[in-house]
Design a protein around this ligand. Structure first.
Ligand code: ATP
Length: 376
């Protein structure tokens, strides 16, 4: 609805070679990406990677040294923030404490001199959308943290902005509430169909909420894709590890085969190794890095394992509610492997105590060859 004036085919947001330095610090290398209209894009990366700088350039709080910011196809690079018509929710972007919830939400409409009847109607509708119709006359201090963030959202959306900017909006909330709000904001964003840019350092938040994730490090984009793409097809060690736990294993190239490579785990010299499809050819004998997620690593008692399955020893086990988490040792590895086992019934004794020997396997297609050169 709010997006009805989008020019067909124009991305909701486009950055073209935007860069920014603060003195000698290159906060943002030339950066380009498109956010399709009506979708939610996360900027994900560790502290200092440049995500807030990117968001501030989109907001107009910061001018880029070069490059362009296009919002719905219009060049907004040098427009002041108020002319960009953006909605914003920040972690510390607090509500006006002396105004009621309804007055807070209506604020932007009053500033825009929208008439009283329409202001009331739109405020009421926004409060319905964020599930706070009963709280219109309360003051912010009478609300929970989650309710306050919902009011902040309502306040930023009531003016039908061209885009929504969220900077760690849930950072101040505890874990359960944060998870609930992630779903709520995502649902709301979809309903309204507003192009949204979210800054977060929390990989779970990015995976839960996004249509598209831009993974950043040291002022550069490392990888862009849907949550499933960046999680399942990380190109580099950094992306693989930043998006979750990952077993990174230096393997030897045993041979090139039709459509892929045959690799050997360290300490597995005699075996036929395993196959990784759709990867660039590498010289036989060279070392490559492979990433396998703990949930893809399957372990069975050694007695039940196939004769060619690599072996490992359970060196640690913890129960984590929905999963068993195993730590596994294998000669030739510089750190233990992690394997998750989904718990589907009553939690009994694990059949794989510390010290047990196990066979390792994984489904074809779940091991990823990384682009990084292994450290020598
Ligand atoms: P965080 O999650 O900690 O906010 P971030 O990924 O958002 O990190 P930015 O805030 O964009 O990172 O900062 C990128 C780099 O630019 C950092 O090295 C930071 O110290 C530097 N920087 C950002 N703003 C300024 C400024 N106003 N003056 C000088 N340096 C800055």
């Amino acid at each position: 609805k709010a997006q009805s004036s989008v020019t067909a085919g124009e991305p909701g947001l486009r950055l073209r070679d935007v860069c920014k330095s603060f003195g000698s610090v290159a906060a943002l290398q030339p950066t380009s990406f498109d956010v399709p209209a009506g979708t939610l894009c996360s900027l994900l990366g560790p502290s200092g990677c440049g995500k807030t700088t990117t968001l501030r350039i989109v907001a107009g709080f910061e001018l880029p040294d070069a490059g362009q910011v296009l919002i719905r196809g219009e060049d907004r690079t040098y427009d002041p923030p108020q002319r960009r018509k953006l909605g914003m929710v920040f972690q510390n972007y607090s509500l006006f404490p002396h105004m009621t919830v309804a007055q807070n939400v209506a604020f932007g409409l009053r500033m825009a001199r929208v008439n009283r009847a329409e202001t009331e109607a739109r405020t009421r509708r926004m409060l319905d959308i964020v599930h706070l119709p009963q709280h219109a006359d309360r003051y912010p201090h009478q609300l929970s943290g989650g309710q306050q963030q919902r009011v902040a959202l309502a306040r930023s959306l009531v003016t039908e902005p061209s885009m929504l900017l969220l900077d760690e909006p849930l950072g101040a909330l505890d874990k359960n509430l944060r998870e609930q709000m992630q779903f709520e904001i995502r649902q709301l964003q979809r309903e309204i169909g507003i192009t949204t840019l979210l800054v977060t350092h929390d990989q779970e938040e990015a995976l839960t909420m996004s249509d598209m994730i831009v993974v950043m490090d040291r002022g550069r984009i490392l990888q862009t894709g849907s949550p499933a793409e960046v999680y399942e097809h990380p190109r580099t060690r950094f992306v693989s590890e930043f998006l979750g736990t990952s077993n990174i294993i230096a393997c030897t190239v045993a041979g090139a085969e039709e459509g892929g490579l045959r690799l050997r785990l360290p300490g597995d010299e005699g075996s036929s190794g395993f196959f990784v499809a759709d990867v660039p050819v590498r010289p036989v004998g060279s070392t490559v890095l492979v990433a396998i997620r703990p949930e893809h690593l399957r372990i069975v008692p050694a007695g039940e394992a196939g004769p060619s399955e690599p072996r490992a020893t359970v060196s640690g086990h913890v129960f984590r509610g929905a999963t068993h988490v195993f730590q596994l040792q294998r000669p030739g590895l510089d750190r233990p492997l992690m394997a998750y086992r989904q718990i589907t019934g009553p939690v009994g004794e694990t059949a794989l105590p510390v010290g047990a020997e196990v066979g390792l396997s994984w489904l074809p297609g779940t091991a990823r060859l990384l682009e990084d050169e292994p450290l020598r």
